[in-house]
Design a protein around this ligand. Structure first.
Ligand code: ATP
Length: 324
């Protein structure tokens, strides 16, 4: 019989708004189920350097509304080595932790999968990343807040774009996933989105020019995913300049990561946090908790990490149709 007494929780990789709401949900669900909770500061780094702190209900009071993560996050090179992971395991055993909830993105789950296999350790993952690039969940914690931040910024840029009758290229995050650019463009009424998933099929810029993206309008806003594949906003701007256009570039950068989480992100984080502890108590391991069609799902780490999450290409057509 499985006898879990104490769980650990950590946040790892890039921070995302809603991580605090997830930490709160994990902590309180564990305490409700008579488990001890220990927070591991600075992700896998803190596991190796033994930054482990017992948490009570009050430890997570007044945090649901804050962006970032109260238990900090880090990228940890040592955890990529067997020696680093052994040290981490020894500290978990020393701390009496017998199950772990990790909140992060695909890198975090890759590390968790390897660690869980090496030490036969129960780990459940919570998808916390603004990029929404994890397979098996409709949305990730932080994505909705980042999307709203982008929309707010583009609304402001549009004021100057239309006053000066200019073409603006707005670069948004997403690494090799175009969700933020595509849905940000749809929500802000931008004329187009240049995203990595489509760039590989057609030259989106040529297509835009052929369709005469400024013909009927005196200003244009195009959202571009920050990615080597798209070339980013600067890469697109250089190509446009060669064709006689005069684009202005705005790179939104880290403002997309911060801020108070939206209601949707807080609710998502709360639901997934509860489900993560339930899964551990239910003897589940090496899975990510996701949401599909508003239902909680369990996705093996292998699938969440390796499978590509496709963007809905129909939405790309909708964007084009609405920007005539
Ligand atoms: P984000 O999507 O916001 O960048 P992430 O979880 O993908 O978040 P990463 O920096 O890629 O962020 O990964 C977080 C940490 O996971 C790394 O710093 C490292 O400690 C661990 N990790 C990633 N890949 C591996 C691996 N192959 N083996 C062991 N650990 C890994």
């Amino acid at each position: 019989m499985y006898n879990m007494k104490c769980i650990g929780v950590l946040t790892s990789g890039g921070d995302a708004p809603g991580m605090n709401a997830a930490i709160r949900a994990v902590t309180r669900t564990a305490i409700f189920n008579n488990l001890q909770v220990k927070a591991i500061y600075r992700g896998y780094k803190g596991l190796i350097t033994n930054e482990i702190v017992p948490f009570q209900t009050e430890s997570v009071s007044n945090i649901i509304q804050h962006g970032g993560t109260i238990i900090k996050t880090a990228r940890c090179v040592e955890f990529r080595t067997p020696e680093g992971r052994k040290q981490a395991y020894d500290n978990l055993v020393k701390g009496g932790i017998d199950g772990l909830v990790v909140i992060g993105g695909d890198g975090t789950f890759t590390g968790a999968r390897i660690f869980a296999q090496e030490f036969n350790f129960p780990i459940v993952g919570i998808p916390g990343t603004i990029d929404n690039d994890l397979y098996g969940t409709d949305t990730t914690i932080g994505y909705d807040t980042a999307l709203n931040t982008i929309v707010e910024a583009v609304d402001k840029i549009r004021d100057t774009a239309s006053s000066h009758e200019r073409l603006f290229l707005v670069e948004v995050m997403g690494r090799d996933a175009g969700f933020l650019a595509l849905y940000g463009a749809l929500a802000s009424g931008a004329e187009a989105a240049i995203i990595p998933e489509i760039v590989t099929e057609v030259d989106q810029l040529e297509q835009l020019i052929q369709h005469g993206f400024r013909k009927s309008k005196n200003s244009s806003i195009v959202l571009v995913s920050e990615s080597e594949i798209t070339g980013g906003a600067m890469g697109i701007a250089n190509r446009l300049k060669e064709k006689g256009y005069n684009p202005h570039v705005t790179i939104l950068g880290h403002i997309q990561r911060g801020g108070s989480p939206t209601a949707n992100d807080r609710i998502l984080a709360s639901r997934i946090g509860v489900a993560a502890v339930d899964a551990l108590l239910d003897e589940q391991r090496s899975i990510m908790i996701g949401i599909v069609n508003n239902e909680i799902v369990h996705v093996p780490f292998n699938k969440a990490i390796k499978d590509e999450k496709p963007v809905d290409k129909y939405m790309f057509d909708v964007l084009r149709l609405l920007s005539i």
